[in-house]
Design a protein around this ligand. Structure first.
Ligand SMILES: Nc1ncnc2c1ncn2[C@@H]1O[C@H](COP(=O)(O)OP(=O)(O)OP(=O)(O)O)[C@@H](O)[C@H]1O
Length: 249
């Protein structure tokens, strides 16, 4: 059975229709990325998936007992507050040391357990937020522009960690991002949103679709092809994704 299905949903906000006639099925273990211009309804759709917004029309069907983990864009913590990573993960509900450690390991930051939250880099902080979302062992992990503010190598590393999370834990992953070339390379399916679903499919298919090109131009297609080439290469020799920086700068 599918994890979650949206059937012909509309969402009205502030007297305006933000989403129109959106239908979507999420399967176990797939990575789906939403792209779309500013104001195209991406965050609104994530809120519908989480259950924070009810659609005005249409139907949302969730599989029984579906567990969702959410990684926000950013989280502001008072920098003067002494708070270790371990304690942060135990707020508001106390979590065992083993579970904390397993979640941090899955997010690629097992070594940061005793560090102060205020000392973490942007990339480390987002991975701790990822670990927090993994604590509940979600079937579906939702990331809403989780790499905003990270530089390009930092984002590429973060998304390669996301692929690892999917491999290790088998959860489905839904992401929103503006970093088309980086995110698309990690996705099984890309959905281009502009108030409605303009086009969807495998990354190459969407990147060459006229609807996508009308919104984003043609520039990202070359970058995507390069990234995919480099990406495959990096698995072979074990080097990092840093070289994507020079390819796409
Ligand atoms: N609570 C609300 N009340 C009124 N309008 C809203 C509300 N939430 C969202 N909107 C409007 O809905 C539209 C879609 O917003 P949303 O944040 O979902 O877009 P987005 O694609 O995530 O944008 P961005 O890429 O800039 O983050 C925007 O025009 C926004 O102003």
């Amino acid at each position: 059975m599918s994890l979650l299905t949206l059937t012909r949903i509309d969402v009205d906000q502030g007297g305006k229709q933000v989403l129109h006639d959106v239908s979507l099925t999420l399967e176990r273990g797939e990575i789906v990325t939403f792209v779309g211009p500013n104001g195209s309804g991406k965050s609104t759709l994530m809120r519908v998936l989480i259950g924070a917004i009810q659609p005005s029309r249409g139907k949302v069907t969730r599989s029984a007992g579906l567990k969702i983990g959410y990684v926000p864009q950013k989280l502001h913590l008072d920098p003067t507050l002494p708070l270790t990573v371990r304690r942060f993960l135990s707020l508001p509900v106390r979590v065992s040391h083993d579970k904390t450690h397993a979640a941090l390991e899955a997010a690629g930051v097992g070594h940061l357990c005793d560090r102060q939250m205020s000392d973490l880099s942007g990339g480390q902080f987002q991975r701790v937020l990822l670990a927090r979302a993994l604590l509940a062992k979600p079937d579906l992990l939702i990331l809403d522009e989780a790499t905003q503010g990270l530089d390009q190598p930092g984002s590429a590393d973060f998304y390669s960690q996301i692929e690892k999370v999917r491999r290790d834990l088998g959860c489905a992953i839904v992401m929103v991002s503006h970093e088309l070339h980086v995110v698309m390379a990690a996705s099984d399916r890309v959905i281009c949103l502009n108030g409605h679903i303009c086009c969807e499919g495998e990354p190459e298919h969407v990147a060459s679709a006229p609807e996508y090109r009308a919104l984003f131009g043609t520039g990202t297609h070359g970058a995507l092809a390069l990234y995919r080439h480099e990406h495959a290469h990096s698995h072979d020799d074990g080097c990092s994704h840093d070289h994507t920086h020079k390819e796409t700068a």
